[in-house]
Design a protein around this ligand. Sequence first.
Ligand SMILES: [Zn+2]
Length: 414
Amino acid sequence: MLNAKQLLGSWALVTLGLAQSVAAERATATSPDREAVARPTSSLATTATLSPRAVVLEDKKITLVDDALTPHWVVRACSIAPAAAAPALHKAVATLTAASPKPYTMPGYPNIAVIEEDGNIVGGGDINLANAAKYFYQGYKDDRDFLFVFASTKNEVSKDYNAYYRSLRNTTTGIGLDTYDYSKSYGSNGKLLGVANMNTVNKWKNFVYPLLDLWPLGVITHEMGHQWIAYVKLKSGTITTDPNSSLRSHWDPLAHTEASIMYGNDWKETTPPLTVFGKSIPGTYLSVGLPGGFSSLDKYLMGVHGPEKVKEFFRINATWKNILKHFAIPGNMATGSKVKLTVSDIVAANGARNPAWKKAQTSFKGAFILIAEKGRKPTDDELKIAEYMRKRIPEHFKKETDNRFSISTTLNKK
Ligand SMILES: [Zn+2]
């Protein structure tokens, strides 16, 4: 993780910019043959920018520090409606008919399921994920855990978010969620965990190998994280955002979360709380990190590792705060007292995770679905963007889960 000085240094570099090399990258960015190019890991450890958009890259960690791009998990939280609301929010067509669009593939992209708009999928600035899923299952086996649905529209279609996730099925206890299964309303028979609205493919076209592509990959990883993370309660106080707010289903900014990709901050105490002449003076805390991978608590909730690996953490009982952004970013500040927490506090309020990590699901399957506008096939450029992310996410997800989880994005036709 960057310390504050490094961060400032990075920003200086960012300002200088590497616009020319980025421009060159952009030209070839979404070419599928980029997969064949050896990944220069050293370049990922450097700082780069697409000026004037400030981007900081540190190894596999990435964040945007400028609102200009309205990046997904930076500017707006995802819209995670309670799972029980899923069938009503996206009401699927009651029965599929011969006229219902069948998924097909385009030459060169056998693992992108294309579905042509029939008037029942994209509308109102949103994707009807239930219909997209039901149409998908006409041609493919019901063996997916996650569906990632993109649209080929010009306008954005993720309800003013950059992307969002909808959980449909949960069998894990101890993570702050009830168990439920709404998969049937999306055409799956008790298999599908959830669906991500990944917005229009064009949303992601400028985030390119090797400098910027960690951002869209981080978005997909973040959406999958919503299946398990940031729902737990405490017996006293909270470390999650208000479930009734637009920032719901993320870690609260006042929680010290190692600057998780699911938000919260990497807080450093600069002045300890004191008692002077019987009067308590609150401590001062500065946020020093940027959203990175999953925290040790995140990984416990996911089932990546056991409770013994969760680092002690804390929340700030704030008497004053200056939260510039609801994600980890230097500039966020708070004063108050530190409430130390351990995984025992999580277990005490939510129960132990069940199944325990050794029995947790570790192997997942995802499908990349592209909704094509009515009357036209998707263009090669549109397919390339989805394909690029589809090919890269297995490696990224594996690394972010300590090489324990895997996700296959190869489709299985019926
Ligand atoms: Zn989110």
